[in-house]
Write a protein of this length. Structure first.
Length: 420
């Protein structure tokens, strides 16, 4: 699951990170500071100010411990009028002091970007709670983008609710705790933050409490975000509710979802996504489920957006009974045939597919139409294939070599799917 998460996050964040990175580079064009340690923080910043240094725009305070909290607050006060981006990583003994740190720092009127993390991410400590969330909202009212690299305590969301006038300019929210499920953000808190907000970028790791509150919040405004990533597994019916309005879908460019069923059930019935550039679907199939072709109008295909450049579909089956092999051939043939016949095939750059199909002539034949159509545009091809009796190393290597020959501009990887 860790590898899948890394792959889907890469697909979901590539363009968003590029935009954010560009913003940070512009913000930091004046001055940056990355003081490591506690006592040096204030002296570095105050000293720079004393000798007439440039206005600092980006500040990184890494591994701040309890003893350094006061120093960090002094540092923030010294650049309060200019700092745009703050990246703050706290050690566990400083987490309880986060609210006090922001209250001591006072108002930070220029700050638009905040990144919060904690040292030793696999510990049971949580990043912050309702009190610290309220302190952040009060100190940084101009925030437009927040990235939380760990999950907050339940109850924090109300402090950032637009209904309370908090963070009125927020358009980007990324919550990406480690994939150990020790701490997960609560769906009701995410919903409190997102309700009635017109967001541009929403990336949410797995949350507790299901997806319904999140979907309701996202649909409380006219349009879904340009970048939308939800990694809580949802039934296809929930995904339908999210994507059933063509007007709401018009701005979506990058979509990443986790489903508990076959992707064909969603793709053929979702409302059009006319600007979609990157699609990532991780499908966790319940034990014994099969794609019921008569009940899926699979012959109708999928109206592939002409703008699509990156496609990742990862089909994973729960443990199968002894002697039973999941056959994803119907699904993959439908998907590849549909994409190959679309306008997007002639501009597709990234293809990442994983399904329970062994390497060999059957898979080669499925791939052939898309490979031919996308030969001049594909730059990255990753294929996860089913394990076979002899591990299939030779077959995977031959398949990769054939793809490299047919796709001279692409980086190709054919790998063995893990058992589940």
């Amino acid at each position: 699951m860790q590898r899948t998460w890394q792959r889907t996050v890469a697909h979901a964040t590539r363009r968003a990170d590029a935009r954010r990175g560009a913003g940070h580079r512009a913000a930091g064009a004046g001055r940056r500071a990355n003081p490591a340690g506690s006592g040096a923080v204030a002296s570095v910043l105050v000293g720079r100010k004393a000798v007439g240094g440039g206005r600092l725009r980006t500040l990184r305070l890494m591994d701040v411990d309890h003893q350094a909290v006061v120093t960090a607050a002094v540092a923030l006060r010294s650049v309060a009028s200019s700092v745009i981006c703050l990246s703050l990583r706290l050690r566990p003994d400083a987490l309880d002091s986060l609210a006090g740190l922001f209250r001591s720092a006072g108002r930070l009127p220029a700050m638009t970007n905040l990144i919060l993390a904690r040292f030793q991410r696999l510990s049971s400590a949580v990043l912050f709670g309702q009190d610290a969330a309220a302190a952040i909202a009060s100190a940084c009212p101009g925030l437009t983008a927040v990235e939380l690299q760990d999950a907050p305590l339940p109850g924090w969301g109300v402090s950032w609710a637009l209904a309370r006038g908090a963070l009125p300019h927020l358009t980007s929210l990324c919550i990406c705790p480690p994939c150990d499920e020790i701490n997960m953000p609560a769906a009701k808190d995410l919903a409190a933050v997102l309700t009635n907000r017109s967001m541009v970028n929403v990336q949410l790791a797995k949350s507790s409490g299901g997806v319904t509150p999140i979907i309701v919040a996202l649909r409380s405004v006219d349009h879904l975000p340009e970048v939308l990533s939800i990694h809580t597994t949802m039934p296809v019916t929930a995904a339908w509710r999210l994507l059933d309005d063509p007007i709401a879908n018009t701005r979506v460019k990058n979509l990443s979802l986790c489903l508990s069923d076959f992707p064909a059930l969603l793709l053929h019935s979702a409302a059009p996504l006319p600007q979609l550039q990157a699609l990532s679907l991780v499908c966790n199939i319940p034990q014994g489920a099969v794609l019921d072709v008569p009940n899926v109008p699979i012959t109708a295909g999928w109206v592939v957006p002409a703008t699509l450049r990156s496609l990742m579909v990862d089909v994973r089956h729960e443990a199968m009974p002894a002697g039973v092999v999941a056959d994803d051939a119907v699904l993959l043939r439908w998907l590849l045939t549909t994409v190959a016949a679309s306008r997007a095939a002639h501009s597709l750059t990234d293809l990442d597919l994983s399904a329970r199909i062994p390497p060999g002539p059957q898979l080669d034949a499925m791939l052939a139409p898309l490979v031919a159509a996308s030969a001049n545009t594909l730059r990255l091809v990753r294929l996860g294939v089913a394990p076979i009796a002899d591990d299939g190393v030779g077959k995977r290597r031959r398949m990769a070599a054939a793809l490299v020959s047919a796709l001279p501009l692409a980086k190709v990887e054919v790998f063995r799917m893990q058992h589940f």
